[in-house]
Design a protein around this ligand. Structure first.
Ligand SMILES: C[S@@+](CC[C@H](N)C(=O)[O-])C[C@H]1O[C@@H](n2cnc3c(N)ncnc32)[C@H](O)[C@@H]1O
Length: 284
């Protein structure tokens, strides 16, 4: 079955995203706004959110009057999206292979959007061709994806304290393998979309400061929670509680906390974020 390892990955990874959905929304608000500004969802349009997670774009597109459909490979994410956007149809399906118009009958989609949901396909060209089959002629595709880990300290600051203690150490990621930075090289989304038949492809840098200092907080506990609920955090807890005992684990957590405090920017956890904002059109 396509994308089986990512299905398993997100079945376990979903809980952290669901638990922290308000935090994710707060820190990623600038990219959400940029996607919505490009997609401009409106009444009379049908919008598909790919890898919709807990449904941020569904909620906001529905608020703009559009009819909204989400697709996510993780049941727990889809359930959270349905709670958040009850007017949405949310499919639990692999966006690479699902017959989206059969599973969510209606007009072809006028907009296909995604925030960080399209970098996990085993065969990205097949996935974007599948999405295009569900899109209306002239439909607009808008998504945001990560540039490299080197340009995005959010992948390492604090987290590296735990990653350094893992045994075995995580292998360096294959740059083309499915994962958050699969489209870091801008040639990749450009060539994948062209191969899938999308036209007028544009890949533009989108940079902002990700700010965990929400509501006057310094953001340390917020960022720590997200690290501990993330993949490295979960793996480290599993290994270190066993290897070092609960106190050893707590002292590793304290080191993560100290590292975040050491790197505060103007009194709060803040990271520069480097993304690609990708747009394309389904040729008429
Ligand atoms: C990084 S999360 C982003 C979630 C959401 N878009 C957001 O920004 O909060 C990636 C999402 O893509 C989903 N996903 C991964 N592979 C998928 C696939 N083949 N088909 C549909 N969804 C997929 C995951 O389950 C997860 O919810």
């Amino acid at each position: 079955m396509a994308n089986e390892s990512m299905r398993e990955n997100w079945a376990t990874g979903a809980a952290g995203w669901v638990a922290n959905q308000a935090l994710f929304d707060a820190v990623y608000a600038p990219v959400t706004a940029a996607i919505l500004a490009e997609a401009a969802p409106a009444a009379g349009q049908r919008v598909l959110d790919v890898g919709c997670g807990t449904g941020t774009l569904l909620e906001q597109s529905a608020a703009a009057g559009a009819e909204v459909v989400g697709v996510d490979i993780a049941e727990e994410m889809a359930a959270a999206a349905r709670r958040r956007a009850p007017e949405a149809t949310v499919l639990v399906a692999d966006a690479q292979t699902a017959d989206l118009l059969a599973e969510a009958p209606g007009a072809p989609f006028d907009r296909v959007v995604s925030r960080f949901g399209v970098m996990f396909f085993e065969d990205p060209a097949a996935a974007f061709a599948n999405l295009r089959r569900a899109a209306a002629p002239g439909a607009r595709l808008v998504f945001a994806c990560w540039r490299s880990e080197a340009e995005n300290p959010v992948f390492s600051h604090g987290t590296s304290v735990l990653a350094d203690r893992l045994d075995p150490k995580p292998e360096p990621a294959d740059p083309d393998a499915p994962g958050p930075t699969a489209f870091a090289d801008p040639e990749r989304p450009a060539s994948v979309l062209a191969a899938a038949g999308w036209g007028a492809v544009s890949v533009d840098a989108f940079d902002f400061m990700c700010d965990y200092g929400i509501g006057g907080s310094d953001g340390v506990e917020e960022r720590l929670t997200m690290i501990l609920d993330g993949r490295t955090g979960r793996l480290a807890r599993e290994q270190l509680v066993q290897r070092l005992g609960p106190e050893g684990w707590e002292s590793a957590v304290d080191e993560v906390r100290a590292e975040l405090i050491r790197r505060l920017v103007d009194g709060a956890v803040r990271f520069p974020v480097a993304l690609w904002l990708v747009t394309a059109t389904n040729p008429a």
